[in-house]
Design a protein around this ligand. Structure first.
Ligand SMILES: [Zn+2]
Length: 116
């Protein structure tokens, strides 16, 4: 519709001119992109914090000779689904530490094999 009013996505001002315009000016466009990037970096910081925590939990069990019970990992604050690499079925990596599933509820925690 020709006479339908459109509004700036940032400040809400009425837009004039080209019909594909989304912002009234460059200041509003930049502000909008800035906000979107800030949200993204908040999300990334949260994810990184969970991954670092997971690595820390795994590190506690690194040189233990007996397998770690799944519940023990969870109790220490390990959050399932946060890994940095999927190696294969029952074999995951969090940064430089590998976790291998031995049985339904036990894991062995190993230092990632050094790449050479
Ligand atoms: Zn605007």
């Amino acid at each position: 519709m020709k006479n339908e009013k459109r509004f700036c996505l940032e400040c809400g001002s009425v837009l004039s001119g080209r019909s594909d315009k989304r912002f009234c000016n460059d200041v509003c466009r930049a502000a909008s992109h800035q906000r979107r990037n800030e949200q993204l970096s908040v999300d990334m910081r949260l994810q990184n914090a969970v991954l670092r925590k997971n690595r820390k939990v795994l590190e506690e069990f690194l040189f233990r000779s007996v397998p770690v019970n799944h519940q023990e990992l969870i109790t220490r604050g390990f959050r399932e689904g946060y890994i940095t690499q999927y190696i294969g079925p029952g074999h995951f990596r969090v940064y430089d530490i590998d976790m291998k599933q031995l049985s339904e509820d036990s894991w062995i925690i190993l230092k990632k094999p050094s790449a050479r």
